[in-house]
Design a protein around this ligand. Structure first.
Ligand code: 13P
Ligand code: 13P
Ligand code: MG
Ligand code: MG
Length: 365
């Protein structure tokens, strides 16, 4: 058996350059300097998508490891200092507290983590999105692990034929439920079709119980009770040998689906797959972007990345996303381009309602 590895992807928006579009190279440099050769880690890769700084780390400390979370927190704090000096936009945006309390969850940054015995070959894909929310992974995860039209292996590979278990989180009531697919498919879709509330947190192999996928599921605005930004989630997926092939894992993104986020976190728009060179949301602060980086793990070393969506086979998806973006933009401030009212609860909308309260005349009297 291989080494017992923990793969932790921890991200935060700690200041945009310029506006909410990207991360300043000075922050990437600072983060790399702090993680490179750190004794807690086996390896680390620092990158960004849009204005979100992503720390990809391997270690042997397990999930929710206090020291690793503290390290990530310290990196975000130090980068915030750099961001403040340059007056980058929203410096420290996602750090909800000044003090660290042992676990980074609930403090603003997004966390996706998994612990596993490294296989003879361990290909992983790390997805990172900007201008959207954790539920954005529901549709692709459903396709990857439950849809035979997407994943040929569900039909062809005897090691996948029994299907996968999906752990779904209810982000409003803070509870979880496990669905065994294919049997529970229809029941599961009732919930994960509402991605603003129900999010796929983890996927497990049914025969072996092995972890296959893990996402970040925090909702900043729910934690803070006010508008901060969207959560710009991350997702880790293990591939091949009884798990979906790399190409099956990337396939759902060939058809950009509509996600919540975009301008002011308040609009619905297509999730555009892009390479790192194109990951800076521009038009109307968007459209929302997703990057997919591939790594081969070897004793925890991260060999990569392979920048998967920097490929001509995703050109058509980008064209589609642009066409959909054009169409959605024409709706302006009208639903469903603008998010539904209950999704606007954490924006300035409640203040507008309060201001106009006296002008509404009750017609029932
Ligand atoms: P748990 O809440 O199950 O510990 O999730 C840990 C994790 O993967 C971080 O989001
Ligand atoms: P971020 O969540 O990426 O910071 O974007 C916020 C925003 O308001 C974009 O228009
Ligand atoms: Mg931002
Ligand atoms: Mg962002």
């Amino acid at each position: 058996m291989g080494k017992n590895i923990t793969l932790s992807v921890i991200k935060a928006d700690i200041g945009g350059f310029v506006g909410h579009s990207s991360v300043h190279p000075g922050l990437l440099e600072k983060a790399r300097g702090m993680l490179s050769g750190h004794p807690l880690l086996i390896d680390a890769h620092v990158t960004h998508v849009g204005d979100d700084l992503n720390l990809i780390m391997t270690h042997e400390g397990g999930r929710n490891n206090g020291e690793v979370h503290q390290l990530a927190w310290d990196v975000f704090q130090a980068c915030t200092e750099v961001a403040k000096k340059m007056k980058l936009y929203g410096a420290g945006q996602d750090l909800l507290s000044d003090a660290f309390s042992g676990n980074i969850k609930g403090m603003g940054p997004g966390v996706a983590e998994m612990q596993f015995e490294e296989r003879a070959s361990e290909p992983v894909v790390i997805f990172m999105a900007d201008k959207t929310e954790p539920g954005a992974w529901n549709l692709p995860l459903y396709k990857i692990f439950a849809d035979p039209f997407n994943t040929a292996g569900l039909v062809i590979d005897p090691k996948m034929h029994n299907g996968f278990n999906f752990e779904v989180r209810d982000l409003i009531k803070n509870r979880k439920v496990v669905f065994s697919c294919p049997e529970d498919l229809y029941d599961m879709l009732v919930f994960i079709g509402a991605p603003g509330r129900y999010c796929i947190k983890r996927v497990f192999h049914r025969d072996t119980g092995d972890i296959c996928a893990a996402s970040s599921t925090q909702r900043l605005n729910l934690m803070a009770g006010r508008y901060i930004g969207k959560d710009d989630p991350v997702l880790i997926v293990r591939c091949q040998s009884g798990f979906p092939a790399v190409g099956e894992v990337l396939e759902p993104f060939a058809h950009p689906h509509l996600v919540s986020g975009w301008m002011r976190g308040s609009h619905s728009g297509p999730l555009m797959p892009v390479g790192l060179e194109q990951c800076n949301p521009t038009r109307f602060d968007g459209p929302p972007r997703v990057v997919a980086l591939g790594f081969q793990l070897a004793d925890g070393k991260l060999h990569g990345p392979q920048d998967f969506f920097a490929d001509p086979s995703y050109d058509r998806a980008r064209e589609t996303a642009n066409a959909v973006a054009e169409y959605m933009r024409s709706m302006g401030p009208f639903e469903p381009h603008r998010l539904h009212l209950d999704e606007m609860e954490y924006t300035t909308l409640p203040e507008v309602s309060k201001k106009l309260k006296e002008r509404f005349i009750d017609l029932r009297k």
